[in-house]
Each structure stands twice: as structure tokens, then as C-alpha cells.
Design a protein. Sequence first.
Length: 240
Amino acid sequence: MNVVITGASRGIGAAAVRLFARRGDRVWFLYEKNDDAARAVTAETGAQPIRCDVADEARVTDALSAIPDVDVLINNAGIAHYALINQITPEQWHRIFAVHVDGAFYCIRAVLPSMLAKQRGCIINVSSMWGQVGASCEAAYSAAKAGVIGLTKGAFLAMTKALAQELGPSGIRVNAVAPGVIRTDMCASVAEDVLEDLRQQTPIERLGTPEDVAQAMAYLADAAFVTGQVLPVNGGFVIT
């Protein structure tokens, strides 16, 4: 399969690149600015890197138009900002939504023509358990991740029609993963005692790894009869 993964120079995205490359898939990955990290992922996996800010529609269109016949698109690119709501600037708020929601929209629009032409494809959006239940001091991040879930199960071209329902007759499946607390760079600013408290609240009694999420992505890429679903990858922290 031809697989495109956004936000994949590190963390969950890089773990997904490694897993899909090990499976024998052809992998391209988008990253914003960390050239050294991207080169390291390429050296390890043979995947093809493309420097691209997913919040820039023109750059996304150019980047993805150069990739033939995308079978699987994984919208993983994301940023976080930890602050009280009255401390978040409008610029920070808009940037978070631009990356998480607009970026996913631009990437989906870019790959849809080839998927529709061949009547098959798989889109996996990366949300978060905070997009399901919210997180204190992460209002913008939580709202953006809820938007990703909305893009997966909610309105796309019409308010009452889910994207999965819209594209299902064309053989295109759309799902999301909602990771819990995953040990990545996004946790770097979180105090260890807070992480320990979160670990204790998790029924499996450990925090997640990027590889845990990558395995869920691989399942959804192969699960031919699964669409319109949000797969929790949170160790039981949120059970719905």
C-alpha cells in the first residue's frame, strides 16, 4: 500500500512510519521543520520525507499531488498549547485549529480524487481522549481534537451527513484513533508527579507509547469492514 502520514518526524507519527515500513508498505511522511529528525526517520525506514506545513493549503496540495495513488492517509500532525483559556491568544487558538482541523481537511481534499477514481481508500484521523472528555488548561487542544472527531463522524459537506457515510459507497473508509496519555515530546512540559497520577488513573497502570497508537492505526488500515469509528487507545482511562 501507499501510505502518507503527516506530522511524522517524531513521536506517534514516526512510530507509524516505522511500523508501516516494516510491513512492506511504501511510506511518505510530512513534517513541518525538524530536518534532522526527518532525516533520521528516513535513514531508519527508507520512507520519503516531505517538508510541509499542513496548515498551508497550497503546500499540502503540491506535496500530495506528487505522491501516486495514496491508499492510506493518516492525519497525525498536531501541536499543543498548555494554558488557561484567558491566557491563550487568538493567534495561538487559530494556529492549533489550523494544524489539527484545517490540515486534516486539506490533506483529505488532496487525496480524495485518486481514492474516488479507484473506488477505495482509507483515512485515519488522529484525535485524542481530550477531544472526547476535555482537559483542564487545554481548551484549544481539546476543542481542536473534538473537531477532528467531528470531521470523522460528523458533518463534512452537509451537517447531517457523516464523512464516513458520504465516502463509504465509494469504497473509502474513514476512522479515527483517540490516544490517551502517550509518552512523547508533548509530555515534556508535564511534571512527573502529574504523569504518575495519570498512570495510576489508567486501569492498565501504565502510560501509552507511540507504538501502541501505531498498532491501532495499522489495524484500522487493514480493517475492511470498519468505518466511522473512533478507536480509543488510552489504556482504559476513558471508557465510553
